[in-house]
Design a protein around this ligand. Structure first.
Ligand SMILES: *Cc1c(COP(=O)(O)O)cnc(C)c1O
Length: 430
């Protein structure tokens, strides 16, 4: 595969952009090699500047659940742009968007739009602290909630991929208020609450972990978090930046039937444009300025282009009752195919999946349910597998600790090609 142009552009970018990228995992550092510079994408296909095309299973790390550049989204953005790209004043589409989110996401009664998932989680935590008048938060090892200071403690995603579990620049006084528990381990949460009782404002959790690779919540884990937070008067925050509108119209809370107090959203909600949101119980959300004392603002929040793209996307789910059933069917086929291929190639692996998000871990354990377990996976083998897949036209996340996403644009042929390439790659690993 010729990637000369990408290599040249990467060298150029490194002169003026730290590491050559605007978000660390894009750099291919953990799989070695040079990142591909993208020229364009349409439907399930993505093309680099050297003219190589791939079936894309990254989907911009989650947002592109309808595939790339669907006509209806391009039309909506183009149409909105004709009328101006930002006003800094209220618009009707913001209310339409908020009404639809409140209708779709079961626990959300009021919602505030922001510009990224990071902004959503940072704001939700501030609100939880303001509401409860408590300072500490509980997060789980391996869960990623964006790059806000409070969350860069045992964080997932790029932070583990690059081996930066605690980031310099996060002060001790902030770190001290972030308590870490183990995913799928209710006792580790109980211990923190019995020690810190009325100092804990909230638990924040990815209801399905997607940023240490996919890790599935065990039966009763999410309900256990609901029960503990209720008992101790803390809030439960579901970070549904990945799972929102992916597992169901109403996200993981609908899928698992556990209702948080606050929900953070991002990725899919913007239809490919930069959007985040946080919402939840009315009495909590009404603590926000200008109604209440908790401050949060944004010059470009509720941006008309972003709202146009988001609204078309959410309306699509709302009007296609079979959407998630179809995704599930395709994703189940991929999971079964991966498992069959692993057996056939005689390679040890674990496939974790919920709905259209999954990870194939190279690991000889039976199951992977926590950060510590996931971290025993074979990164070098993944790197080899990643490059073999790329060579046969399959674009996967350049890290063992990320999710792969099946989206609505993947055809039967795409999935057959994926499974064929997957078997070939696994056979070559031997
Ligand atoms: C991606 C992600 C974020 C951060 O969102 P950005 O838009 O990248 O700031 C937060 N939480 C989860 C669970 C995510 O996957």
């Amino acid at each position: 595969m010729n990637i000369e142009k990408s290599k040249k552009e990467f060298a150029r970018a490194q002169e003026v952009i730290p590491g050559g990228v605007n978000s660390p995992v894009r750099a291919f550092k953990s799989v070695k090699g040079s990142p591909l510079f993208i020229k364009k994408a349409k439907g399930s296909k993505i093309e680099d500047i050297d003219g190589n095309t791939f079936i894309d299973f990254v989907g911009s790390w989650g947002p592109m659940i309808l595939g790339h550049a669907p006509d209806m989204i391009i039309d909506a953005i183009t149409d909105a742009a004709q009328r101006g790209t930002s006003y800094g004043a209220p618009t009707i589409i913001e209310s339409e968007m908020a009404e639809l989110i409140c209708k779709m996401v079961p626990s959300v009664e009021k919602v505030r739009m922001v510009n990224s998932g990071t902004e959503a989680t940072m704001s939700a935590i501030r609100l939880a602290r303001g509401y409860t008048k408590r300072e500490k938060i509980v997060k789980f090892a391996g869960c990623y909630h964006g790059h806000g200071d409070s969350f860069l403690i045992k964080a997932g995603s790029g932070a583990i991929t690059l081996g930066l579990p605690d980031s310099p620049g996060v002060t001790k006084s902030i770190a001290i208020d972030t308590l870490t528990a183990d995913y799928n381990n209710i006792e580790s949460v109980e211990r923190l609450f019995s020690e810190y009782k009325d100092q804990i404002a909230a638990i924040i959790v990815e209801p399905v972990a997607g940023n240490m690779g996919v890790v599935v919540p065990n039966a009763g884990f999410l309900q256990g978090l609901r029960d503990i937070t209720k008992k101790y008067g803390a809030l439960l925050i579901f970070d549904e930046v990945i799972t929102g509108f992916r597992l169901a119209k109403g996200g993981a809370q609908e899928y698992y039937g556990v209702m948080p107090d606050l929900t953070t959203l991002g990725k899919i909600i913007g239809g490919g444009l930069p959007v985040g949101a946080y919402g939840g119980r009315k009495d909590i959300m009404d603590m926000l300025a200008p109604l209440g004392p908790v401050y949060q603002a944004g010059t470009l929040s509720g941006n008309p282009l972003a709202m146009a793209a988001g609204l078309v996307t959410l309306k699509y789910f709302d009007s296609h009752p079979d959407f998630y059933t179809n995704l599930e069917k395709n994703a189940a086929k991929v999971e079964a195919g991966f498992k069959r291929n692993l057996r056939e190639a005689g390679i040890k692996g674990v496939v974790n999946r919920v709905g259209s998000m999954m990870t194939l871990f190279f690991n000889d354990k039976e199951k992977l349910e926590s950060f510590d377990e996931v971290m025993t996976s074979d990164r070098e083998r993944y790197a080899e597998f990643f490059h073999l897949s790329l060579e046969s036209g399959i674009y996967l996340a350049p890290s063992q600790f990320e999710a792969m996403f099946i989206n609505a644009s993947h055809s039967d042929e795409d999935l057959d090609n994926l499974l064929k390439a997957n078997l070939e790659a696994l056979l070559k690993l031997k």
